[in-house]
Design a protein around this ligand. Structure first.
Ligand code: AMP
Ligand code: ZN
Length: 134
């Protein structure tokens, strides 16, 4: 993907604030952090999103997310941490190269990363359960 900015960053063709690098991944600081230490895990091999990501890369990415979480807690003394991973414009994805957000959280950091819960009936839950498992 010659025009993909995260490909270029992951391969080191564009400079970034790199926290970690190995053969398959680069972890960088997000340029628009929602909290101190907000990082992005980028596979070096291009995949637009989770749907296109090879299973082995998905597995390795989550192991790396756990490693980064431990580092954030140890070094930045964060109180909590969110992993966030957007797929598709509808879901808020703005860069079409798979990435996992690693977001250290601090008491009173003022951020609200959450959802508005729905109130489905038991019938509605059962309907969607059947649709997914059919
Ligand atoms: P998403 O909305 O999940 O696609 O997240 C894209 C993230 O990439 C946003 O949090 C941006 O702040 C971040 N971002 C975009 N361009 C760059 C860049 N060149 N270097 C670092 N982070 C970036
Ligand atoms: Zn890419």
């Amino acid at each position: 993907m010659s025009d993909c900015i995260f490909c270029k960053i992951a391969k080191g063709e564009i400079p970034s604030k790199t926290l970690y690098e190995d053969e398959n991944f680069r972890v960088i600081l997000d340029l628009g952090p929602v909290a101190r230490g907000h990082a992005l895990i980028l596979p070096k091999e291009h995949a637009a999103n989770l749907f296109e990501l090879p299973e082995e890369t998905a597995a390795a990415a989550f192991v790396l997310a756990k490693k980064m979480a431990g580092i954030m807690r140890e070094k930045l003394k964060c109180d909590g941490l969110n992993l966030l991973q957007n797929n598709g414009e509808t879901a808020g994805q703005t860069v079409n190269h798979f990435h996992i957000h690693v977001i250290p959280r601090y008491q009173e950091d003022g951020q609200h990363i959450g959802f508005v819960p729905g109130e489905p009936s038991q019938e509605e839950l059962e309907e969607v359960r059947k649709e997914i498992t059919a």
